[in-house]
Design a protein around this ligand. Structure first.
Ligand code: ZN
Length: 246
């Protein structure tokens, strides 16, 4: 079974549809690590696309903020404005779907854990440094933990027990063999708002039989998403950043 792994779509339907087209034929199921909405101009379209494809998704901090499960006080002004705009346009059945999403998933048979932020704090914590990654190793029992939230495709791995965690930026298109690690944390990057200075949409293909993981990047029509954001008056810095991948 091959899984299309998505994270941080952030209501960017142009990027999501490009990823789905590009990955077509190379996966059997789709998993999403949360933040389906927030920042972008197409929350209903993105939720409906995932619902239509029966995607198994987790909840992220922006999803929770839209649901009022998290206070927007903790968000910066632009993110908060995007959350409030999303609340004003999201249809009831799409709210209800977001409300069903769990904050963590463990798949013992596949030796996998899935979260949005971190296994220690699934909704909120950012894993950006080896020290945070190391601290989080004791919060999951499987070999691999997939996470999102930082919008940076990354790998933190430990080859052997008690060894230090090594950070790595996997090269797109090069498969990683997950059995090489005693434990690892893997982020497939962001579909709708990359922040590693590469504006292309990010996603990964996970092969559960061969235990391989491959990161992919794909160009999408950024201008189209920016125009849709301008039309509904989303904050300018959120529009601008898409072009730079920050
Ligand atoms: Zn996010």
């Amino acid at each position: 079974m091959r899984i299309l792994l998505l994270s941080d779509i952030h209501a960017n339907i142009v990027a999501l549809d490009k990823v789905l087209a590009e990955a077509d034929g190379s996966y059997d199921n789709i998993w999403c690590l949360g933040d389906v909405v927030g920042y972008g101009p197409a929350p209903n379209e993105c939720v409906e696309r995932l619902r239509g494809l029966q995607v198994e998704s987790l909840a992220g901090n922006h999803d929770w903020a839209v649901l009022n499960k998290l206070s927007v006080e903790d968000f910066n002004t632009n993110a908060r404005r995007a959350v409030e705009w999303t609340q004003s346009v999201l249809r009831d059945d799409n709210f209800d779907w977001l409300d069903t999403l769990p904050d963590r998933e463990t798949r013992p048979d596949d030796d996998l854990t899935l979260v949005h932020g971190s296994p220690r704090h699934p909704i909120w914590e950012y894993i950006l440094t080896p020290s945070t990654a190391t601290e989080n190793l004791s919060y999951f029992d499987t070999r691999v933990c997939f996470y999102g939230h930082t919008h940076v495709p990354m790998l933190f791995y430990r080859e052997e027990e008690d060894k230090r965690v090594t950070p790595e930026y996997p090269a797109p298109g090069t498969p990683l063999s997950l059995t090489d690690y005693s434990k690892c944390l893997l982020n497939p990057g962001s579909v709708g708002q990359p922040r590693d200075r590469d504006p292309r949409a990010a996603y990964a293909i996970l092969d559960l039989e061969s235990h391989t993981y491959t990161l992919h990047r794909v160009d999408y029509d950024i201008r189209q998403t920016q125009k849709a954001m301008e039309k509904v008056h989303l904050p300018h810095p959120l529009i601008e950043r898409l072009a730079h991948g920050v």
